[in-house]
Design a protein around this ligand. Structure first.
Ligand code: CUA
Length: 333
């Protein structure tokens, strides 16, 4: 008897606890209702359209099937001669029209669902980051080839959405790491690794190579700049513009164009960083130097002094040539 009494007490206590939890839960839930028939963002909207679309298709299919069934039952009841109910030979009966329409509607919804699933999983922006001695090459991919471009060391991303980083090892192994945004992953020659990063709000986030890669390993910084979505679109459009071919362009191409590229000029080298819109970047030499005219001039004159062992040779330039090239690079806003 005592056991039964104890069990009853236990059940009562559990019931009381459940009721208390239910009252808390309902008070919490009422402030933000669960909404799955409206979307509030680019990621959810296609799924919401799909939900409404498949609901509509299902209702139409049910109506067709129900209509055919009702039609058959009524016809059967009204018929006096059962042989008259058989379909005419060679004729297209209502049954087959219904089945065909239903199959088409279901096929359409399957294709639509697969397309939305693929979209929902794919980040909008993919950046191909290639490890170089000793810097980071960043290529912005797009379905439209005319909207692709290459830059270096300073990676812009749109804030508030995931960005896919496709990591390639060019001529060295680096490890891509931006601790505040996640996504630590090695870039290995011959392999394509994928990771993703996301910044919740605009800001500048410092990254660093975390794999020993040679004498400049410690100087392998990178900066990820998270822009508000509108600013990111503006930045991308600006990157696609070609600079006015100033007086220094030919001199730059002759001395530097074998290794560096600047969009819109004949300088198209791929060994060193792409210098299009160079002055939009905050730093030089993989994040170790501030980007301003005096530092830029020093860097061009003596790269081995700043980064011993880097692949940039000391160019043979007169003081006047150095000035003209620096002037021209300074115009690459
Ligand atoms: Cu790259 Cu260490």
């Amino acid at each position: 008897m005592r056991l039964v009494f104890n069990q009853r007490g236990f059940m009562l206590r559990r019931l009381a606890a459940l009721l208390t939890f239910a009252s808390f839960a309902s008070a919490q839930a009422s402030s933000a209702p669960l909404q799955y028939l409206t979307g509030a963002g680019a990621r959810a909207q296609p799924v919401v359209w799909l939900t409404w679309g498949t609901l509509l298709i299902s209702v139409i299919v049910i109506c067709i099937i129900g209509g055919l069934l009702l039609f058959g039952v009524l016809r059967r009841q009204a018929a006096t001669d059962p042989a008259a109910l058989l379909p005419e030979k060679g004729g297209l009966s209502w049954l087959w029209i219904g089945v065909g329409l239903t199959a088409l509607a279901l096929l359409f919804s399957v294709v639509w669902t697969m397309q939305v699933l693929a979209e929902a999983q794919a980040p909008r922006v993919t950046i191909e980051v290639t490890a170089r001695q000793w810097w980071w090459q960043a290529r912005y991919l797009s379905d439209d080839p005319s909207r692709q471009f290459t830059t270096a060391n300073e990676i812009h991303i749109p804030a508030g959405e995931p960005v896919r980083i496709r990591l390639l090892g060019g001529d060295v192994i680096h490890s891509f790491w931006v601790p505040q945004l996640g996504g630590k992953m090695d870039a290995i020659p011959g392999l394509a690794n994928e990771t993703w990063i996301e910044a919740a709000h605009p800001g500048v986030f410092r990254g660093q190579c975390t794999e020993y890669c040679g004498p400049q390993h410690a100087h392998m910084a990178l900066e990820v700049v998270a822009d508000a979505p509108g600013d990111f679109a503006a930045w991308w459009n600006h990157q696609l513009q070609a600079p006015a071919n100033g007086a220094g362009a030919a001199l730059f191409t002759a001395h530097c164009g074998g290794c560096h590229a600047v969009r819109g000029t004949e300088a198209a080298g791929a060994l060193g960083p792409d210098l299009s819109h160079l002055m939009r970047r905050a730093t030089l030499a993989s994040g170790i130097l501030p980007n301003n005219r005096p530092v830029l001039r020093h860097w061009i004159a003596d790269p081995q002094g700043f980064k011993p062992g880097s692949l940039m040779p000391v160019p043979s330039l007169s003081e006047a040539e150095l000035d003209r090239i620096t002037d021209w690079l300074e115009s690459l806003e």
